[in-house]
Structures are given as C-alpha cells and as structure tokens.
Design a protein around this ligand. Structure first.
Ligand SMILES: Cc1cc2nc3c(=O)[nH]c(=O)nc-3n(C[C@H](O)[C@H](O)[C@H](O)COP(=O)(O)O)c2cc1C
Length: 110
C-alpha cells in the first residue's frame, strides 16, 4: 500500500502530470465549479482514449509544489492529476469498487 501511495509522486509513470490551482479569493462554490471542470477534463480524456487519476495526495505538499510550478502568492493547490494510458492489466487497475443503488443515497419526495 505504501509503495503504491508513493507512486502518486511519480504520477504513476504517466507521461503528463497536471497541477490544478485556483485563486484563494474564490469561495466554496467555486471549488464545486472547479471539481466539475476537472471531471470534464477526465471525461474528455476518456473520449480520446486517455486515462486520468485525480490526486489529492499532492495537496499535503503544496508548499513545495506551488513555488515549483511558479504559482502566484494568491494561488492554492486544488489537486494533482496523472494523464496517460493506464496499464489495464495491472492488478491495481482491475479492482472495481461496488456502487450503491440510487435509492440508497436519494430521498424521494412525493
Ligand atoms: C478528488 C479525488 C482525489 C483523489 N486522490 C487520489 C490520490 O491522491 N491518489 C490516488 O491514487 N487516487 C486518488 N483518487 C482516485 C481514487 O482513489 C479512485 O481511484 C478513483 O476515484 C476511482 O474510484 P472508483 O474506484 O470508485 O471508481 C482521487 C479521486 C478523487 C475523486
């Protein structure tokens, strides 16, 4: 598990590593927008045969990452992301997590 976690910091050997930042002045609602923006990138990547992995693991190292990428003083790190082609035969990539049914997280009002 620890070895796999460490691979975050090599972007899981992906050819492209992305860092997402936002101006600190933006409120909580903007982070919701930002999450949708990131998901659009992930969906668009799949549409082009690419894979992604959003990586919150970078956030604990924002004090190192932000100067490294030339971020301004007002920027905060939102997330990292690996972009490339997953090894779909790797055991870690064959793991499928179960999904609850819609009724388990929805309250229907009559
Ligand atoms: C906001 C966010 C942050 C994530 N951060 C990491 C991370 O730091 N490292 C990692 O290996 N995966 C990370 N993931 C990916 C998840 O571990 C998981 O592989 C992915 O969300 C697919 O989930 P599923 O198995 O439910 O389909 C993150 C996912 C999301 C949505």
């Amino acid at each position: 598990m620890h070895l796999q976690h460490q691979r975050n910091y090599r972007f899981f050997d992906a050819p492209v590593g992305l860092m997402f930042t936002v101006d600190r002045i933006m409120g909580r609602g903007s982070l919701l927008d930002y999450g949708m923006f990131m998901q659009n990138i992930m969906v668009a990547a799949r549409g082009r045969g690419l894979h992604t992995c959003p990586q919150q693991a970078w956030n604990g190292f924002s004090r190192i990452v932000l100067p490294h990428i030339g971020a301004g003083a007002q920027e905060m790190l939102v997330c990292g992301m690996s972009l490339g082609y997953a090894d779909e035969t790797a055991p870690v990539n064959t793991f499928r997590t179960p999904r609850v049914s819609v009724g388990d997280f929805t309250k229907w009002l009559d």
